[in-house]
Each structure stands twice: as structure tokens, then as C-alpha cells.
Design a protein around this ligand. Sequence first.
Ligand code: HPA
Length: 281
Amino acid sequence: MTSSIRPKHRAAIDAGVEVVRRRWSVSPKFGLILGTGLHRLVEGVEVDDTIDYGAIPSFPQSTALSHHGRYLCGKLNGVPLLVMDGRCHFYEGYSASTLMLPVHVMAAMGIQALVVSNAAGGVNPLFSIGDLMVLSGHINLMWSIRGTADDGTIGRAVSPRPCVYAESYRQLALAVARQHDFVAQQGVYVGVTGPTYETRAEYRMFRQIGGDAVGMSTVPEVLAASQFQIPVLGLSMITNVAKPDAPETVDADEVVEAARHCAPNMNQIVSAVAEKLGRII
Ligand code: HPA
């Protein structure tokens, strides 16, 4: 699969790897992407170096609320990791290949797993604000219908790996939730471009097509990992729950605030992933 990445994008990946390696010679065992309001996930990470995306050729610059735009290079529980502290979104005007580039660089540096976190709106009526959802799959409404010229930078039709949301990491996350006595749901993430939050009719539709939560990120990154056969653990923080029959609106600051409160539970899971990788690699 990776051999079919176009040469121009391959060159951008190589350039990114070179910049990071010049600053940090360690091989990361896993990657972590911080979602909106989820900066507390890096509590406990010993940071060796911080590399702004601006220092890396072709990298996107995050403009979204509560997002930086940098890699943190360091260790969690003694296990080396690369953190994407701040992610970019389709609604900021980036192409799919640009959104995928930071993940492709982590993949080329040798990560064995990717943990992707996000803030999401619950469309499953059984969900509550503050629940954590472990992703069992996604529905790509970002470009699967209209298509893009450069999705994944691959010049032919490709299928995401069926097991990209790895069962072993899902089970680990659920076990951590049981041990630490908090609720972890499992469900399907609907990826949309945003930046508008949904109308009540759209929330209703997302539920009807099989979604449990909706958000504006994650899908490009998961597809990027899939192209490199890297297993993913996807974690959504449910920051608001859609009530299609009540006239309620979602506010971006409230989403950030809700995510901040819920981050400690996610932290336990990320820490367990590091321990698992420390044991098996
Ligand atoms: N919709 C889309 N993205 C989101 C939401 C939502 O309701 N909540 C947090 N991110």
C-alpha cells in the first residue's frame, strides 16, 4: 500500500522525518493525537523536545480553538512516543494529503500503534456528556461521497483495512474503564467536515445511518495510519449529546470545557497503551 504513495507526498514524508530525527534520535513506539480540550492527556509525558509544525516543510498550521500545532517528542511510562499536540481540520482549508502528512511522518518513524482522541457529539441517545466512546468503526462523510483529488495521496481506489480499529486495543481500553470504574461506550464515529455543528435533522440522520457520535476530525488520520498498516485506538470524549427533538445549540467553548473535565479517564487508557507497548515491543 505505502508503495503507491505519490512521489511528491513521499518526499514530504521523508523531509518531515529528517527534521524530527535531527532533533530527536529516538524511535517512537506509538503516536498520540490530542483532540480538542484534551491537552491533559500529556500529563505524565516526559517531553524531550517540542517541534513546531512551522519548522517542518509542507506541514499544516493549526488555527482551531484549543489546538497548538507541534509534535511533542518524549516518553510515557518509559515508552517513547510522538504526540501531535494540535491537529488540523478539513474546515481550516487543508487537503486530505496535508491532514494525513503528520501521521505519515509518525508512521515512517516506526510507530507501532496510534491513539487518536477527539471531542465528539453523541447521537446515540443512551450516551451522556462525559462518556468516553471507544471507536469500533467510522463513517466517512468528509469526502467518501464527493471524493477528493488527493485523498490519501494515493492514485487509485483503496480499501481501509477492516481491522484498523484494532480489537486488542479496544478490549484494553474497555478493561481499563472497568478497572477504574468509569463508563466506556463503544460505537461508530461519523466524520464530517464542519465547521458548523449539526442541525437537528442532521443529528437524526447520523443516528439513522448507524452513527453513535459525530465529529470533525479523526477520519483522515485513521486512514493515514491504515495506509501504513498501523493499528489504531480511537477515543471520543462525548462533550454534548444531540437532542434532535429539542431546540438546543452546541457551543465550541462548552465543547472544549467538557473535554477538559473528562480527560483524566482517557489518560488512564493512554497510560495503559504505553504499558502494553512497553511489554510487548
Ligand atoms: N458535532 C460535530 N463535532 C463535534 C460535536 C458535534 O456535536 N461536538 C464536539 N465536536
